[in-house]
Design a binder for this molecule. Structure first.
Ligand SMILES: CC(C)(COP(=O)(O)OP(=O)(O)OC[C@H]1O[C@@H](n2cnc3c(N)ncnc32)[C@H](O)[C@@H]1OP(=O)(O)O)[C@@H](O)C(=O)NCCC(=O)NCCS
Length: 322
Protein backbone atom coordinates (compact mmCIF):
# COMPACT_ATOMS: atom_id res chain seq x y z
CA UNK A 1 0.00 0.00 0.00
CA UNK A 2 1.45 3.33 -1.04
CA UNK A 3 0.28 6.59 0.55
CA UNK A 4 1.00 9.64 -1.54
CA UNK A 5 0.46 13.18 -0.22
CA UNK A 6 0.16 16.09 -2.65
CA UNK A 7 -0.60 19.81 -2.38
CA UNK A 8 -3.98 20.92 -3.69
CA UNK A 9 -3.81 23.91 -6.00
CA UNK A 10 -6.89 25.94 -5.01
CA UNK A 11 -7.13 27.33 -8.53
CA UNK A 12 -7.82 23.78 -9.77
CA UNK A 13 -11.52 23.93 -8.98
CA UNK A 14 -12.35 20.27 -9.73
CA UNK A 15 -9.56 19.11 -7.44
CA UNK A 16 -10.43 21.69 -4.78
CA UNK A 17 -14.04 20.50 -4.65
CA UNK A 18 -13.05 16.81 -4.51
CA UNK A 19 -10.68 17.68 -1.64
CA UNK A 20 -13.47 19.58 0.13
CA UNK A 21 -15.77 16.60 -0.40
CA UNK A 22 -13.33 14.22 1.32
CA UNK A 23 -13.07 16.54 4.33
CA UNK A 24 -16.83 17.03 4.43
CA UNK A 25 -17.69 13.32 4.16
CA UNK A 26 -14.92 12.28 6.57
CA UNK A 27 -16.13 14.63 9.28
CA UNK A 28 -19.77 13.63 8.73
CA UNK A 29 -19.38 9.87 9.29
CA UNK A 30 -21.82 8.72 11.99
CA UNK A 31 -23.22 12.21 12.69
CA UNK A 32 -26.56 13.91 12.08
CA UNK A 33 -27.58 17.41 11.00
CA UNK A 34 -24.01 18.20 10.01
CA UNK A 35 -23.02 21.62 8.69
CA UNK A 36 -20.20 21.72 6.16
CA UNK A 37 -18.75 24.44 3.99
CA UNK A 38 -20.53 24.48 0.66
CA UNK A 39 -18.66 24.02 -2.63
CA UNK A 40 -19.49 27.58 -3.57
CA UNK A 41 -18.15 29.01 -0.30
CA UNK A 42 -15.01 26.84 -0.65
CA UNK A 43 -14.37 28.12 -4.17
CA UNK A 44 -14.83 31.74 -3.13
CA UNK A 45 -12.75 31.38 0.03
CA UNK A 46 -9.68 30.10 -1.83
CA UNK A 47 -10.10 32.29 -4.88
CA UNK A 48 -9.41 35.29 -2.69
CA UNK A 49 -6.99 34.15 0.04
CA UNK A 50 -6.85 35.96 3.36
CA UNK A 51 -4.06 38.56 3.19
CA UNK A 52 -2.19 37.64 6.39
CA UNK A 53 -2.99 33.95 6.78
CA UNK A 54 -0.97 30.96 5.49
CA UNK A 55 -2.91 27.92 4.33
CA UNK A 56 -2.01 24.32 3.53
CA UNK A 57 -4.33 22.06 1.53
CA UNK A 58 -3.29 18.42 1.17
CA UNK A 59 -4.74 15.37 -0.49
CA UNK A 60 -3.81 11.76 0.33
CA UNK A 61 -4.03 8.98 -2.23
CA UNK A 62 -3.71 5.26 -1.62
CA UNK A 63 -2.75 3.32 -4.73
CA UNK A 64 -4.05 6.21 -6.83
CA UNK A 65 -7.41 6.56 -5.00
CA UNK A 66 -8.14 9.87 -3.23
CA UNK A 67 -8.90 8.88 0.38
CA UNK A 68 -7.83 11.63 2.76
CA UNK A 69 -7.55 15.39 3.09
CA UNK A 70 -6.01 17.95 5.40
CA UNK A 71 -6.59 21.68 5.72
CA UNK A 72 -4.50 24.00 7.89
CA UNK A 73 -4.59 27.74 8.43
CA UNK A 74 -2.34 29.90 10.54
CA UNK A 75 -2.19 33.59 11.37
CA UNK A 76 1.32 34.72 12.33
CA UNK A 77 1.97 34.12 16.04
CA UNK A 78 -1.18 32.05 16.58
CA UNK A 79 -1.76 28.29 16.80
CA UNK A 80 -2.30 26.58 13.43
CA UNK A 81 -5.84 25.23 12.94
CA UNK A 82 -5.64 21.79 11.35
CA UNK A 83 -8.37 19.49 10.05
CA UNK A 84 -7.69 15.94 8.89
CA UNK A 85 -10.20 13.46 7.54
CA UNK A 86 -9.92 10.02 6.00
CA UNK A 87 -12.61 8.10 4.09
CA UNK A 88 -14.27 5.57 6.37
CA UNK A 89 -13.15 2.57 4.30
CA UNK A 90 -9.48 3.61 4.46
CA UNK A 91 -9.01 4.26 8.15
CA UNK A 92 -6.37 2.74 10.45
CA UNK A 93 -3.83 2.48 7.64
CA UNK A 94 -1.69 5.45 8.60
CA UNK A 95 -3.24 7.91 6.15
CA UNK A 96 -4.05 10.58 8.76
CA UNK A 97 -0.62 10.19 10.29
CA UNK A 98 1.00 10.77 6.90
CA UNK A 99 -1.20 13.83 6.25
CA UNK A 100 -0.39 15.36 9.63
CA UNK A 101 3.31 14.78 9.11
CA UNK A 102 3.06 16.71 5.84
CA UNK A 103 1.18 19.53 7.62
CA UNK A 104 3.94 19.67 10.25
CA UNK A 105 6.59 19.87 7.54
CA UNK A 106 4.75 22.62 5.71
CA UNK A 107 4.15 24.78 8.80
CA UNK A 108 7.27 24.13 10.85
CA UNK A 109 8.67 27.61 10.27
CA UNK A 110 5.30 29.39 10.61
CA UNK A 111 3.77 28.05 13.84
CA UNK A 112 4.82 26.28 17.02
CA UNK A 113 1.42 25.09 18.25
CA UNK A 114 -1.37 23.32 16.40
CA UNK A 115 -4.99 22.81 17.18
CA UNK A 116 -7.46 20.35 15.76
CA UNK A 117 -11.12 19.49 16.21
CA UNK A 118 -13.05 16.27 16.14
CA UNK A 119 -16.46 14.79 16.96
CA UNK A 120 -15.35 11.20 17.41
CA UNK A 121 -13.42 8.95 19.77
CA UNK A 122 -11.27 7.95 16.79
CA UNK A 123 -10.36 11.61 16.26
CA UNK A 124 -9.47 12.11 19.92
CA UNK A 125 -7.37 8.90 19.92
CA UNK A 126 -5.64 9.95 16.74
CA UNK A 127 -4.84 13.46 17.98
CA UNK A 128 -3.59 12.08 21.32
CA UNK A 129 -1.38 9.61 19.46
CA UNK A 130 0.12 12.70 17.79
CA UNK A 131 0.99 14.36 21.09
CA UNK A 132 -2.05 16.64 21.43
CA UNK A 133 -4.10 17.18 24.57
CA UNK A 134 -7.77 17.96 25.02
CA UNK A 135 -8.21 21.73 25.43
CA UNK A 136 -11.96 22.17 25.53
CA UNK A 137 -15.16 20.27 24.79
CA UNK A 138 -18.23 21.96 23.35
CA UNK A 139 -21.81 20.82 22.99
CA UNK A 140 -23.09 21.16 19.42
CA UNK A 141 -26.76 21.98 19.81
CA UNK A 142 -29.32 22.14 17.03
CA UNK A 143 -32.92 23.34 16.84
CA UNK A 144 -35.21 22.68 13.88
CA UNK A 145 -36.34 25.65 11.78
CA UNK A 146 -38.75 27.24 11.39
CA UNK A 147 -39.37 27.45 15.13
CA UNK A 148 -42.92 26.44 16.07
CA UNK A 149 -45.24 29.48 15.86
CA UNK A 150 -45.25 31.49 19.08
CA UNK A 151 -41.93 30.10 20.41
CA UNK A 152 -40.25 33.50 20.53
CA UNK A 153 -43.38 35.32 21.69
CA UNK A 154 -43.57 32.92 24.64
CA UNK A 155 -40.12 33.97 25.93
CA UNK A 156 -39.49 37.02 28.11
CA UNK A 157 -38.81 40.30 26.25
CA UNK A 158 -35.84 42.63 26.67
CA UNK A 159 -35.36 43.80 30.26
CA UNK A 160 -36.37 47.42 30.88
CA UNK A 161 -33.70 49.97 30.05
CA UNK A 162 -32.16 47.67 27.45
CA UNK A 163 -32.43 48.59 23.77
CA UNK A 164 -31.77 45.88 21.17
CA UNK A 165 -30.88 46.88 17.59
CA UNK A 166 -30.83 44.25 14.82
CA UNK A 167 -29.69 44.38 11.21
CA UNK A 168 -28.36 42.21 8.36
CA UNK A 169 -24.87 42.80 6.92
CA UNK A 170 -22.15 45.30 7.72
CA UNK A 171 -22.19 46.99 11.11
CA UNK A 172 -23.73 50.49 11.05
CA UNK A 173 -20.99 53.13 11.38
CA UNK A 174 -22.33 54.47 14.70
CA UNK A 175 -22.12 51.00 16.32
CA UNK A 176 -18.75 50.03 14.86
CA UNK A 177 -16.50 51.01 17.78
CA UNK A 178 -18.73 49.21 20.25
CA UNK A 179 -18.99 46.16 17.99
CA UNK A 180 -15.19 45.87 17.64
CA UNK A 181 -14.70 46.34 21.39
CA UNK A 182 -17.30 43.71 22.32
CA UNK A 183 -15.83 41.19 19.88
CA UNK A 184 -12.40 41.66 21.47
CA UNK A 185 -13.93 41.14 24.94
CA UNK A 186 -15.67 38.00 23.69
CA UNK A 187 -12.38 36.45 22.68
CA UNK A 188 -10.90 37.38 26.09
CA UNK A 189 -13.83 35.83 27.91
CA UNK A 190 -15.15 32.82 25.97
CA UNK A 191 -14.42 29.56 27.85
CA UNK A 192 -11.36 27.97 26.20
CA UNK A 193 -10.37 25.32 28.72
CA UNK A 194 -6.67 24.63 28.32
CA UNK A 195 -6.37 26.05 24.80
CA UNK A 196 -3.92 28.85 24.12
CA UNK A 197 -5.69 32.20 24.16
CA UNK A 198 -4.40 34.87 21.81
CA UNK A 199 -5.51 38.45 22.41
CA UNK A 200 -7.77 39.90 19.71
CA UNK A 201 -7.39 43.68 19.61
CA UNK A 202 -10.48 45.82 19.00
CA UNK A 203 -9.69 46.43 15.35
CA UNK A 204 -12.20 48.25 13.16
CA UNK A 205 -10.26 47.47 9.97
CA UNK A 206 -10.34 43.75 10.77
CA UNK A 207 -14.11 43.95 11.41
CA UNK A 208 -14.66 45.56 8.01
CA UNK A 209 -12.33 43.11 6.24
CA UNK A 210 -14.11 40.16 7.80
CA UNK A 211 -17.50 41.56 6.77
CA UNK A 212 -16.29 41.94 3.18
CA UNK A 213 -14.85 38.43 3.02
CA UNK A 214 -17.92 36.83 4.53
CA UNK A 215 -20.21 38.67 2.16
CA UNK A 216 -18.03 37.72 -0.85
CA UNK A 217 -18.29 34.09 0.28
CA UNK A 218 -22.07 34.37 0.21
CA UNK A 219 -22.83 34.75 3.91
CA UNK A 220 -25.63 36.90 5.25
CA UNK A 221 -24.58 38.26 8.67
CA UNK A 222 -27.58 38.67 10.96
CA UNK A 223 -26.61 40.75 13.96
CA UNK A 224 -27.98 42.35 17.11
CA UNK A 225 -26.47 44.71 19.66
CA UNK A 226 -27.86 45.50 23.12
CA UNK A 227 -27.39 48.99 24.53
CA UNK A 228 -27.86 50.35 28.03
CA UNK A 229 -27.93 54.16 28.27
CA UNK A 230 -26.70 54.26 24.68
CA UNK A 231 -23.65 52.12 25.51
CA UNK A 232 -23.24 48.75 23.67
CA UNK A 233 -23.07 45.95 26.29
CA UNK A 234 -23.64 42.80 24.24
CA UNK A 235 -24.00 41.33 20.78
CA UNK A 236 -24.93 38.21 18.89
CA UNK A 237 -24.43 37.04 15.33
CA UNK A 238 -26.01 34.44 13.04
CA UNK A 239 -24.40 33.36 9.75
CA UNK A 240 -26.53 32.16 6.87
CA UNK A 241 -24.83 30.83 3.75
CA UNK A 242 -26.97 32.11 0.86
CA UNK A 243 -25.86 29.29 -1.52
CA UNK A 244 -26.72 26.67 1.13
CA UNK A 245 -29.07 28.03 3.81
CA UNK A 246 -30.08 24.58 5.15
CA UNK A 247 -28.12 24.90 8.39
CA UNK A 248 -27.86 28.37 9.88
CA UNK A 249 -25.00 29.06 12.29
CA UNK A 250 -25.57 30.82 15.59
CA UNK A 251 -22.12 32.31 16.13
CA UNK A 252 -20.86 34.46 19.01
CA UNK A 253 -23.12 35.75 21.75
CA UNK A 254 -21.52 37.99 24.33
CA UNK A 255 -22.79 40.10 27.22
CA UNK A 256 -20.44 42.20 29.35
CA UNK A 257 -19.86 40.73 32.77
CA UNK A 258 -21.25 43.69 34.75
CA UNK A 259 -24.71 43.30 33.17
CA UNK A 260 -24.95 39.50 33.05
CA UNK A 261 -27.80 37.57 34.63
CA UNK A 262 -30.57 40.01 33.54
CA UNK A 263 -31.79 38.30 30.36
CA UNK A 264 -29.82 40.43 27.89
CA UNK A 265 -28.32 37.35 26.20
CA UNK A 266 -31.77 35.87 25.69
CA UNK A 267 -33.18 39.17 24.41
CA UNK A 268 -30.32 39.40 21.90
CA UNK A 269 -30.88 35.87 20.63
CA UNK A 270 -34.63 36.33 20.31
CA UNK A 271 -34.27 39.64 18.43
CA UNK A 272 -31.70 38.09 16.12
CA UNK A 273 -33.87 35.04 15.38
CA UNK A 274 -36.71 37.39 14.45
CA UNK A 275 -34.37 39.34 12.16
CA UNK A 276 -33.20 36.08 10.54
CA UNK A 277 -36.64 35.59 9.03
CA UNK A 278 -36.19 38.81 7.04
CA UNK A 279 -33.41 37.14 4.98
CA UNK A 280 -35.27 35.63 1.99
CA UNK A 281 -33.04 32.52 1.84
CA UNK A 282 -33.96 31.64 5.44
CA UNK A 283 -37.21 30.16 4.11
CA UNK A 284 -34.98 27.23 3.02
CA UNK A 285 -33.36 26.82 6.46
CA UNK A 286 -34.06 23.59 8.34
CA UNK A 287 -31.73 23.85 11.34
CA UNK A 288 -29.99 26.37 13.54
CA UNK A 289 -26.71 25.20 15.05
CA UNK A 290 -24.69 26.54 17.96
CA UNK A 291 -21.63 25.54 20.01
CA UNK A 292 -21.31 26.07 23.73
CA UNK A 293 -18.56 24.90 26.08
CA UNK A 294 -19.76 22.05 28.30
CA UNK A 295 -18.75 24.23 31.28
CA UNK A 296 -20.93 27.19 30.19
CA UNK A 297 -24.10 26.29 32.11
CA UNK A 298 -25.93 29.64 31.63
CA UNK A 299 -25.64 29.52 27.84
CA UNK A 300 -26.58 25.82 27.64
CA UNK A 301 -29.73 26.63 29.66
CA UNK A 302 -30.57 29.66 27.52
CA UNK A 303 -30.25 27.56 24.37
CA UNK A 304 -32.46 24.82 25.78
CA UNK A 305 -35.16 27.41 26.49
CA UNK A 306 -35.25 28.23 22.76
CA UNK A 307 -35.52 24.49 21.92
CA UNK A 308 -31.90 23.51 21.19
CA UNK A 309 -30.86 19.88 21.75
CA UNK A 310 -27.35 18.44 21.81
CA UNK A 311 -26.49 16.40 18.71
CA UNK A 312 -22.84 15.69 19.43
CA UNK A 313 -19.79 16.98 21.26
CA UNK A 314 -16.85 18.76 19.68
CA UNK A 315 -13.43 18.17 21.20
CA UNK A 316 -10.67 20.67 20.45
CA UNK A 317 -7.14 19.45 21.07
CA UNK A 318 -3.85 21.26 21.00
CA UNK A 319 -0.18 20.28 20.92
CA UNK A 320 3.27 21.15 19.66
CA UNK A 321 3.60 21.42 15.91
CA UNK A 322 7.30 20.72 15.49
C1 LIG B 1 -9.33 10.67 12.97
C2 LIG B 1 -9.04 10.14 11.57
C3 LIG B 1 -8.55 11.29 10.71
C4 LIG B 1 -7.94 9.06 11.68
O1 LIG B 1 -7.58 8.65 10.36
P1 LIG B 1 -6.78 7.28 10.09
O2 LIG B 1 -6.16 7.38 8.75
O3 LIG B 1 -7.68 6.15 10.38
O4 LIG B 1 -5.65 7.35 11.23
P2 LIG B 1 -4.25 6.57 11.18
O5 LIG B 1 -4.44 5.24 10.55
O6 LIG B 1 -3.21 7.44 10.61
O7 LIG B 1 -4.00 6.39 12.76
C5 LIG B 1 -2.82 6.78 13.42
C6 LIG B 1 -2.97 6.47 14.90
O8 LIG B 1 -4.08 7.19 15.47
C7 LIG B 1 -4.73 6.36 16.46
N1 LIG B 1 -6.10 6.04 16.01
C8 LIG B 1 -6.66 6.35 14.80
N2 LIG B 1 -7.94 5.89 14.75
C9 LIG B 1 -8.19 5.30 15.94
C10 LIG B 1 -9.31 4.62 16.48
N3 LIG B 1 -10.45 4.48 15.76
N4 LIG B 1 -9.22 4.11 17.73
C11 LIG B 1 -8.08 4.23 18.44
N5 LIG B 1 -6.97 4.85 17.96
C12 LIG B 1 -7.02 5.37 16.74
C13 LIG B 1 -3.91 5.10 16.58
O9 LIG B 1 -2.91 5.35 17.55
C14 LIG B 1 -3.30 5.02 15.19
O10 LIG B 1 -2.12 4.25 15.16
P3 LIG B 1 -2.23 2.65 15.00
O11 LIG B 1 -3.21 2.36 13.90
O12 LIG B 1 -0.82 2.26 14.64
O13 LIG B 1 -2.71 2.13 16.30
C15 LIG B 1 -10.31 9.49 10.96
O14 LIG B 1 -10.89 8.62 11.91
C16 LIG B 1 -11.35 10.49 10.52
O15 LIG B 1 -11.35 10.95 9.38
N6 LIG B 1 -12.27 10.90 11.44
C17 LIG B 1 -13.25 11.94 11.15
C18 LIG B 1 -12.58 13.30 11.02
C19 LIG B 1 -11.93 13.70 12.32
O16 LIG B 1 -12.49 13.56 13.40
N7 LIG B 1 -10.75 14.29 12.23
C20 LIG B 1 -10.09 14.77 13.40
C21 LIG B 1 -8.62 14.65 13.30
S1 LIG B 1 -7.93 15.07 14.88
Amino acid sequence: MRIQITDVDPQNIDLLLRWNGILRDGYAVGRQKVWSRSDEATRLQFQNPHPTRSSVLLLAEVDGVEVGAAEAHVHPGEPADVEVAVADAFRRRGVARALLQAVRNALRSTATVMRTETYSDAGVSFARSEGMRVGVRESRQVVDLPLPPGTLDGLPGAPSGVEVISWVGACPEELLDGWARLRAHMSDDVPMGDLTRTATPADITAVRRNEERMSEQGYALVRSVARVDGEPVGYTEILLSRPDPTIVLQDDTFVEERVRGHGIGRALKIANLRRLTSVPESSGSLFLQTYTALTNAPMLALNRSVGFDEVDVLTILEGPLG
